[in-house]
Design a protein around this ligand. Structure first.
Ligand SMILES: *[C@@H]1O[C@H](CO)[C@@H](O)[C@H](O)[C@H]1NC(C)=O
Ligand SMILES: *[C@@H]1O[C@H](CO)[C@@H](O)[C@H](O)[C@H]1NC(C)=O
Ligand SMILES: *[C@@H]1O[C@H](CO)[C@@H](O)[C@H](O)[C@H]1NC(C)=O
Ligand SMILES: *[C@@H]1O[C@H](CO)[C@@H](O)[C@H](O)[C@H]1NC(C)=O
Ligand SMILES: *[C@@H]1O[C@H](CO)[C@@H](O)[C@H](O)[C@H]1NC(C)=O
Ligand SMILES: *[C@@H]1O[C@H](CO)[C@@H](O)[C@H](O)[C@H]1NC(C)=O
Ligand SMILES: *[C@@H]1O[C@H](CO)[C@@H](O)[C@H](O)[C@H]1NC(C)=O
Length: 399
C-alpha cells in the first residue's frame, strides 16, 4: 500500500473539519467486518438527504448483501474491466459464488484486446467505507478501493495487489452536466427530494451513481500494461434476503451512442412481475429517469426466449425500449461482440454495439455497450450447501 492511505488521511481531516461547520455532518464511517453478525440487519430502501453511494446494510448477516460495481468498456469495444466490491457472504447472494471465508471481498474481471481474460478474487478481513455527502471512499483491506467526490461526479478505483499480479487504476468522470448528483434510483434522478424508493423489486435495492463516464484505465497485469479509454459506469445493489430468492431474472446494461447515455435494468421477480427501469441523457442533460411500465428489454434474433430461464440459451441480441416525452420515446438494438463473463445457466455479460435513438427518426449507430442477462433456477429456496467455486469463464467467444 503506497499513496492511498497517505492520501486518505488529509482528506478525512478536511472533511471532518468541514463537517463540523455544518448542522448535519454529511460524513459517516462504516467499518464492515468480514465476519457477519448473528442478528437481523437494518436495510435501507428509501433515499435520504445524503449517503446515495454509501452502505445500505447495517449489521450485515449471512442472508443480506451490499455491493458496489464499476466497469469500463473501451471506445473500440476490444477491452473491458469490471471491478466489484462485496460485503456479502455467498449465502446472501446466489449459488456459484465461491465461499471465500469472509464477507468482505472484491473481484476484477479483465478482458484484454487479444481476448484473454483474467479473473481475480480479493478476500480481505474487513472493508471500510467513508461516505462524504453522496460519494466517498472505500478500502477493501489494502488490496483495492475507490475514492469518489462528494457529488459523485468523479471516481478513482485503485488496485494495489502485486502478489496477485495486478496494479493500477480506473478514473471515471461522469458525463452529466448536472451540478447535483448525476445518478438515479430505479424511478427518479438522484437529485430528487429524499424519500425515493431504491427497491427495484421487493427486498432488492439498486441505485446508479454514475450512469456514464469518460473513463481511463491504466493497469499492469503480470507485467503487461493495459491502457485504454472508453465509457465507464458505477452502481450498487443490495438485498435484505438472499438475492437468488428475490430475483427471477434480469437484463441490465449501459451504453453510449451518439450524444446519448443510456442505462437499462429490466427486473423480473420470481412470480413473473416485471419492473423495468431506464435512464437516458443527451450530451449530459437528463432526458428520462423512469420505471414506467412502457419500458422494456426483450431478446431478439436466434434463441429469443422471454422471460429467460436457466435452461434457455442466451439470445443473439436485445431490444431496449425507453419511454420518454422527448421524441416519442427511444428504441435501441444491441448486438453482441464478445462474451466477457459466462456462468452457464445463470449469467452472461457481453460487450457489444448499439444503434438507435429517438422514435421520431433521429438515430445513431456504432455505439458501445456493456450488458448482462441473469437468470436464477426455478427452485429458489436459499441454498445451504456450499461447494467449490463455480465461477466459469469460457474461452474467448467472438460472436
Ligand atoms: C496488506 O495486508 C496484509 C494482511 O494484513 C499484509 O500481510 C501485507 O503485508 C499488506 N501489504 C502491504 C503492501 O501493505
Ligand atoms: C438478516 O437480517 C434480515 C433483515 O433484518 C433478517 O430478515 C434475517 O432474518 C437475518 N438473517 C439472519 C440469518 O439472521
Ligand atoms: C498473474 O500470473 C499468475 C501466475 O500465472 C496468475 O495466477 C494470476 O492470475 C495472474 N494475474 C492476473 C491479474 O491475471
Ligand atoms: C494477451 O495479452 C495479454 C496481455 O498483454 C498477455 O498476457 C497474454 O499472454 C496474451 N494472450 C495471448 C493468447 O496472446
Ligand atoms: C442457440 O442455442 C443453441 C442451443 O443452445 C446453440 O447451439 C446456438 O449456438 C445458439 N445460437 C446463437 C446464435 O446464439
Ligand atoms: C426527435 O426528438 C429529439 C428529442 O426531442 C429531437 O432532438 C430531434 O430533433 C427530433 N427529431 C426529429 C426528426 O424531429
Ligand atoms: C433495429 O432492428 C430492427 C429489426 O431488425 C430494424 O427494423 C431497425 O431498423 C433497427 N434499428 C436501428 C436503429 O438499427
Amino acid at each position: 500500500m503506497r499513496s492511498h492511505s497517505l492520501l486518505l488521511l488529509p482528506v478525512l481531516t478536511v472533511c471532518a473539519l468541514a463537517a463540523k461547520a455544518l448542522a448535519s455532518p454529511p460524513v459517516s464511517v462504516d467499518v464492515i467486518p468480514g465476519q457477519t453478525s448473528q442478528g437481523p440487519s437494518t436495510v435501507q430502501f428509501v433515499s435520504e438527504q445524503h449517503g446515495f453511494d454509501g452502505p445500505k446494510v447495517k449489521s450485515l448477516n449471512s442472508t443480506t448483501s451490499d455491493w458496489w460495481y464499476f466497469d469500463v468498456v473501451s471506445s473500440n469495444l476490444d477491452a473491458s474491466v469490471v471491478i466489484a466490491f462485496f460485503s456479502a457472504e455467498s449465502t446472501g447472494l446466489w449459488e456459484g459464488i465461491p465461499d471465500l471465508g469472509t464477507a468482505t471481498w472484491a473481484y476484477t474481471i479483465i478482458t484484454f484486446p487479444n481476448g484473454t481474460q483474467s479473473v481475480i478474487f480479493f478476500p480481505v478481513d474487513q472493508m471500510t467505507v467513508v461516505t462524504v455527502e453522496n460519494g466517498g471512499y472505500a478500502t477493501m483491506g489494502n488490496q483495492t478501493g475507490w475514492a469518489g467526490t462528494p457529488d459523485m461526479s468523479e471516481y478513482w478505483v485503485w488496485v494495489d495487489a502485486p502478489d496477485a499480479g495486478i496494479e493500477g487504476n480506473l478514473v471515471l468522470k461522469s458525463v452529466s452536466d448536472s451540478k447535483v448528483a448525476a445518478g438515479h434510483s430505479p424511478c427518479a434522478p438522484a437529485s430528487s427530494p429524499p424519500g425515493q424508493s431504491f427497491e427495484l423489486g421487493p427486498d432488492f435495492g439498486w441505485n446508479n451513481a454514475v450512469p456514464d463516464a469518460d473513463a481511463r484505465v491504466d493497469l499492469t497485469i503480470n507485467g503487461s500494461r493495459l491502457k485504454f479509454s472508453g465509457s465507464g459506469y458505477h452502481d450498487k445493489n443490495w438485498g435484505s434476503r438472499p438475492i437468488e430468492t428475490v430475483v427471477g431474472s434480469w437484463y441490465w446494461g449501459h451504453a453510449r451512442v451518439g450524444p446519448l447515455s443510456i442505462v437499462w435494468f429490466d427486473f423480473i421477480a420470481p412470480d413473473g412481475t416485471e419492473k423495468p427501469s431506464s435512464y437516458v441523457s443527451s450530451d449530459g442533460t437528463l432526458i428520462s429517469s423512469t420505471c414506467d411500465l412502457a419500458g422494456s428489454v426483450r431478446p431478439t434474433g436466434v434463441n429469443a426466449t422471454f422471460p429467460p430461464n436457466s435452461q434457455s440459451a442466451p439470445a443473439s441480441g436485445f431490444r431496449v425500449i425507453i419511454p420518454s416525452q422527448d421524441g416519442g420515446g427511444l428504441t435501441f438494438n444491441i448486438t453482441h461482440k464478445e462474451v466477457i463473463y459466462d456462468s452457464p445457466g445463470q449469467a452472461v455479460r457481453w460487450i457489444g454495439s448499439v444503434s438507435g435513438g429517438f422514435n421520431n427518426g433521429t438515430v445513431w449507430d456504432s455505439g458501445i455497450a456493456l450488458y448482462e442477462q441473469f437468470t436464477f433456477p426455478e427452485n429458489r429456496e436459499a441454498h445451504t450447501v456450499r461447494g467449490a467455486s463455480c465461477i466459469y469463464i469460457r474461452e474467448r467467444v467472438k460472436v
